[in-house]
Each structure stands twice: as C-alpha cells, then as structure tokens.
Design a protein around this ligand. Structure first.
Ligand code: ACM
Ligand code: ZN
Length: 496
C-alpha cells in the first residue's frame, strides 16, 4: 500500500496502475503542453507553473507527434461541476476538467505533485470533485488595513488549496476602506482613525478593487464585498453624521467591540444614501452575491430617537428589532433590483426574507442559527466562531497569539459540517468559511501566522467534508505541504 500522495485537499480518488505500481514519468523538455481550444488560458497557467517549479520552459502547441500534457474541457463524461481527472502514465499527462474551473483545479493538483516529486511524477489516475461550492475565506480590513499586494499573496494560497470565495469585510466602526466617488468623505474622513495621537489609515481605490477582482477571477475565486449595515457603521457616521439618530459629532472609533453609534432607521435620507452608495459599489463586484453584514446592531439609540420611534409606530412594529428587519428587507429588494443575492450574518434571519437570501452562521457552534435558517428554507454557510474563527488562538501556550478561545489545527480539521445539519436539509448547506477578524492582527505577517496551517484544514473540510482522510494522515501531508508554504514565504504557525 502506497502512502497517500501529499495533496491538500486530498482528491476523491487516486488509483495506480497494477502493471506499473512504482513507475513514474520524467517530465522534461521533450514534452509540450497541448490544450484543446477551450483550454488555452489554463495552458499558459500551467506553462508558468512548470517554469517556476522545475525551471523547465515547455512549449504550448496545437498538436504534436511527441510527448504531451494534454488539457481539455469535457462535460459529457465528467458531469459534476468543477470536477477534473488527471492521468499520468507512459503516454504522458492528461488533465480534463468538467469546466474551466475543474481544469484549473486539476492543474493545482499537478502543481502540488511537482512541488513534491519534481520531474519524477508517479503513474496514477486521479478523479476529483468538490463537495461544497462555497469554500471561503474572510478578511477584515477595517480594524487593520491590508495592502493589495498581500491580499494577492493570500489569493494565491487560496487557489492552490482550491478555495473559491474571498469575503472582503471592507467597512466597520474602525475604518471605511472602499472608495466612493459619490460620497468622498467616506474615505476622506472614514478611512482614518486617531490611534493615541497617530493617524492610522488606508483604503482601496476603485481601480485597485477592479484589479484585485480580476486577479482573483483568473484563479477561479469570486470576491464578495461586505458593507456592514446598519450596525458597525461608526466610521460611516463620522463621515456623514446625519445618517445617525442624533447627528452628534462622531469620530472613527478607536476601540474594539460593538459601537452603539448605528444608522438611524427612521430617516428616509438613510435609505436614499444607501441606495446611491450600493448602486455605485455593486458594479465593482461581478459576483452574484453581496454581503450586507447585519450582525451585532445595538438598538439603544433607536429606543429614544423620535424618527425611529415614529417609523416604528407608523408601521405597527412590536419592537426595535423589527426596525432592523424592515431595513434588511429594504436591502434585499435593492439588491434584487440590481440582480444580486443578499448574504448576511445570522442575526438578519428574522421574519420574512426571501428564500434566496443566504445566512452565514457564526455564533457559537452555529447549530441554533443553522436550525433556524433551514427551518425557514434558507441556504447556509457555516463559519462557527468556536471553530472557524482564525482570530482565535491555535495553541494553548501562554504566549500564543490571538484572542478569545483556542481552535487548533485538529479542531478545524475535525469540524464536520454534516453533523450540524439534518440529512433532509443538507441541500441547503452551501459550504464553509474561515473568518479573519483583525483587531489583534496588525500586519500581513500576523495574518499569515493566524491563517496557516489552519487554512489547509479548512480546505479539506470544504472540498471533502465527510470524505476526508484520517487526522494522522492529514498531519503527514501538512508536513509535506510546508515546502509549498516556505516556497511562497508564508510565515505559518509551527505549533500544531
Ligand atoms: C461577527 O463575528 N460579528 C459576524
Ligand atoms: Zn433614529
């Protein structure tokens, strides 16, 4: 019995040829890359990878009589979305994707084999497909701003691990980080905070956002923006105080926690402002999803605001929570008009939202939020904070970095999404996501440390769910994978 190949996430199936159990292919300059017409883009991706890893410059040809790495897209035999097959035998290498993403994933698998075996590749036949179509990573850039160059580095790692959703938490109490040409004070004022006498600042121009979205798309990763509403909005209110209940002079917040300074639910102006703002932001992100936050919104101000109270009475609402619910319904209609599906944190899941709305379940182990969402026929994405919040510590050492509790590599690996949702409602489970809240991560190095190697375990549960291999085997593959992390200069946590 061979050891498992050092591939993360592990493929659904790897078979070896009985006649040549220990044979291998030597990849050298006698090979050409031969794509079908639909596979041209992926051919250049593979060409670059082979050049970088083996320092071998293979030609891309329409056809060849010589040895080849054949690339094709064929959805007649490979029928599951994003699936691929990879064959290495004495005829050469062949990768077939059910679609372009599948072919790209096959190339990522070959890339991991090249890192491990260099030019001596084992004869084998791999069949693979993802269990979940939401395989996400979230990054908060409000508490601490992260440069585009670093986000690209993170996206590169996501691509190797076959993750496909980058959830970009762009706004919060402590900083507004996306340019609006219509409302320039959002960045002029909202992107800066006074941190004990020093200005901490940063935001992304629309040009930078377009560039990042394209960079991610080339790696089959969708970027989903989050504009957190109606709470977590103190930076927005600092820029435009009339959006709040009492219009007091407000500063971008310089504390961690949940600010009580939230949008006023009673003023018509708030809805017209948000409509104009979102209609400016929405076109920057081609994904069909748009995240409106909706978490942790205190109603302290709404209780004493004349505008909120008269809106509440005129609509016969029973309590202030219905004000937020009414606002979420307004956002849902606005997004629908703009052909987007609303995603929100589990607090939004009250009353009458449409079945298209997606609930991101984060509180505790997520079970209560999941139960409620599926009982209302809503699709869910699981990111329970006691397991998949990567701002939590990854070891029990007293000097370990991070906040709150501990969720180590094993705990992440052993997370079983299917245990959280009854069999009859499993079709509502879109997938899983890890969240990086950056209150206690000041620099890209800090983010890398908190992300790796836990992101490897996330990739396993996202791709394989209940199909994943035993923990001990994953641990061995993680050791091998460190070659790749080192190659990309990722500063991972050594304490597993
Ligand atoms: C959250 O962690 N407030 C979604
Ligand atoms: Zn109000």
């Amino acid at each position: 019995m061979k050891n498992l190949e050092p591939i993360i996430p592990y493929p659904m199936q790897i078979e070896y040829f009985d006649d040549f159990p220990d044979d291998y292919l030597i990849l050298d300059k006698t090979y050409s890359i031969v794509p079908s017409s639909k596979a041209n883009k992926c051919a250049s991706v593979l060409q670059k990878e082979i050049l970088q890893i083996l320092n071998l410059n293979l030609q891309i040809k329409k056809e060849t009589k010589g040895l080849e790495i054949a690339l094709d897209i064929d959805n007649s035999q490979l029928i599951t979305k994003d699936s691929y097959s990879l064959t290495i035998d004495d005829y050469g290498i062949e990768i077939i994707g059910n679609n372009e993403a599948g072919l790209f994933y096959g190339i990522q698998t070959l890339k991991q084999l090249l890192f491990n075996y260099h030019d001596h590749l084992p004869f084998c036949e791999i069949e693979d497909d993802p269990i979940y179509h939401w395989r996400g990573l979230h990054l908060d850039v409000s508490r601490h701003f992260m440069p585009i160059s670093f986000i690209k580095k993170l996206i590169d790692q996501m691509a190797i691990l076959k993750l496909n959703r980058f959830h970009w938490h762009l706004t919060d109490d402590q900083g507004w980080r996306i340019e609006s040409k219509r409302f320039p004070k959002l960045t002029e004022i909202g992107s800066k905070r006074n941190q004990n006498g020093e200005i901490y600042e940063g935001f992304y121009s629309q040009e930078q956002i377009n560039d990042l979205v394209l960079y991610a798309k080339e790696r089959f990763i969708e970027v989903i923006p989050e504009i957190d509403l109606p709470g977590h909005t103190q930076a927005m209110i600092a820029a435009y105080p009339s959006l709040s209940c009492f219009e007091e002079d407000t500063k971008v917040w310089n504390e961690w926690g949940v600010s009580e300074n939230v949008l006023c639910m009673g003023k018509f102006e708030v809805r017209s402002f948000i409509t104009e703002l979102l209609e400016e932001i929405i076109p920057l992100f081609p994904s069909k999803y748009f995240h409106i936050g909706g978490d942790e919104c205190p109603d302290t101000n709404w209780k004493s605001c004349p505008n909120c109270q008269s809106y509440l009475k005129n609509n016969n609402f029973q309590n202030e929570r219905e004000l937020q619910h009414d606002f979420t319904t307004f956002l849902e209609a606005l997004l629908k008009k703009n052909k987007k599906t609303l995603i929100g944190w589990n607090e939004i899941n009250e009353g009458k939202l449409s079945d298209q709305t997606i609930i991101m379940c984060w509180q505790g182990d997520g079970k209560e939020a999941i139960q409620k969402a599926v009982s209302l026929n809503k699709s869910v994405i699981l990111c329970p904070n006691n397991t998949l919040y990567f701002d939590w510590k990854q070891s029990i050492f007293p000097d370990e970095k991070g906040a709150f509790g501990v969720t180590n590599l094993k705990r992440v690996y052993e997370f079983d999404p299917e245990q959280h949702i009854e069999f009859e409602t499993q079709h509502l489970l879109l997938g899983v996501q890890a969240n990086l809240w950056t209150e206690y991560m000041q620099t890209p190095d800090d983010v890398e440390y908190m992300t790796f190697p836990r992101l490897l375990a996330l990739a396993e549960i996202a791709w394989n769910s209940g199909r994943k291999q035993p923990w001990e085997d994953f641990l061995k593959r993680t050791e091998e994978y460190k070659k790749i992390l080192k190659n990309y200069h990722i500063k991972y946590c050594e304490r597993i």
